[in-house]
Design a binder for this molecule. Structure first.
Ligand code: SF4
Length: 401
């Protein structure tokens, strides 16, 4: 299918909107009270540090709401202002943040239900308004909504669209897109829907396997089993790895995306020779600045002497999980929570260890003076971070000597 032509025609339709509706002033107030925080501003102004009740908070110098998410949330709120009586749906959580999503529910924005991995669009009727989230929607979803005669409000982050454009270029040059991401993540599903041929690799280890297969060949069945669900229909590793292009889920670890790009560049150079590299390998810089800045800030924060880390963000948020990974790598006790309410009375915390399920840790705040590093993912409002910090101060006064 000509996805480029489809996207172009969609963008020309009067039912398609990809900007706000001029209600910035009305929503500014909600954005301010619901998402911004004077405490966080105070910490920022104080060189990202605050000491109270024997706790020193060290805040990462880049954290929380990124430009793309703030834009998406503001457009979603404006959508309700602009279409006060229409039924409004969203194809997925607008961003991976429980408080933002609750706020949307309170505004009577419905979430499309998912059953066994499939979204149920049967509830959506002609004339309904459907918001596409910051990490985008797949081509078949956009097609379906367009065919149903819905009004589409597309909040896809321009950084994500930039990746889609790269994938279009891969397709034009008959390259298989190697996407660094999680094959089941909404953004990667959307990105792969623009590709002709694609293979999703989760990490460097999987990329090394692919590289080895390109150079030395291998067991085709084993390859297909290893990457099952992560490649395009009819993908054949013996035929479709001759020309590759690199793409990424924008929230993956930047250093890993770069390593994977370099590895595959070297691989193609080895296999086909440096003079033929341009025929066999394509790469564009599509790492989002916000993800990069948050990861860099986390890397400098974990260089400091911290007693523990608090990482705040949705449990299914990829960029938050990567921040947690950095702390775990440095063997700093680190607690990933999605809202302040996970900090429980009696010096307990309900948190999600990396790769594990929710657990309750007892006595997580050590006695005596402590230094707590704090960061949050790109979809976490400052207000949530403020509430969590306030709870730590409170717990330290009440529960810990
Ligand atoms: S993390 Fe980057 S790509 Fe994702 S919404 Fe924010 S700015 Fe856009």
């Amino acid at each position: 299918m000509d996805t480029k032509a489809f996207k172009r025609s969609l963008q020309q339709s009067e039912n398609y909107h990809r900007k706000g509706f001029g209600h910035e002033a009305e929503v500014a107030n909600v954005m301010q009270t619901a998402y911004q925080s004077t405490l966080i501003q105070q910490i920022r102004d104080n060189n990202y540090k605050l000491e109270r009740n024997g706790v020193t908070i060290r805040l990462a110098e880049a954290f929380g709401f990124c430009w793309g998410v703030e834009r998406a949330v503001a457009i979603a709120y404006e959508t309700r202002q602009h279409f006060p009586t229409e039924r409004i749906w969203i194809t997925n959580e607008i961003i991976h943040n429980p408080s933002v999503n609750q706020h949307l529910r309170d505004m009577e924005v419905g979430f499309i239900a998912v059953d066994k991995g499939q979204k149920d669009f049967s509830v959506v009727d002609r004339g309904d308004v459907v918001i596409l989230p910051a990490f985008g929607a797949s081509v078949p979803e956009m097609q379906l909504l367009n065919d149903k005669g819905c009004k589409i409000v597309d909040t896809t982050c321009p950084w994500v669209s930039k990746v889609w454009n790269s994938v279009e270029k891969h397709k034009k040059r008959d390259c298989t897109s190697i996407i660094h991401g999680k094959y089941s993540h909404e953004e990667t599903i959307a990105t792969s829907s623009f590709a002709d041929k694609y293979l999703v690799v989760l990490n460097l280890e999987q990329a090394e396997y692919v590289s080895n297969y390109i150079i030395n060949g291998g067991d085709r069945d084993e390859f297909l089993l290893k990457f099952s669900k992560a490649y395009s229909d009819g993908f054949d590793p013996d035929r479709d790895l001759e020309r590759v292009g690199i793409a990424n889920q924008t929230t993956m670890l930047k250093s890993e995306t770069e390593q994977i790009g370099k590895l595959l560049e070297r691989t193609m150079m080895r296999k086909f020779g440096p003079d033929k590299l341009n025929e066999h390998f394509l790469s564009f810089n599509t790492i989002c600045d916000a993800t990069q800045e948050r990861q860099d800030a986390m890397l400098s924060l974990v260089d400091e002497k911290l007693d523990l880390m608090l990482v705040i963000g949705g449990f299914n948020s990829s960029n938050t999980t990567h921040l947690q990974e950095i702390a775990v790598d440095r063997t700093i006790p680190s607690y990933h929570i999605d809202c302040a309410e996970r900090i429980l009375p009696g010096n307990r915390i309900e948190h999600k260890p990396l790769g594990g399920d929710l657990v309750i840790a007892e006595g997580w705040l050590p006695a005596g003076k402590i230094v707590v590093g704090v960061t949050s993912g790109a979809s976490t409002p400052d207000k949530v971070v403020e509430d969590a910090i306030e709870r730590i101060f409170e717990m330290k006064t009440v529960a810990v000597v």
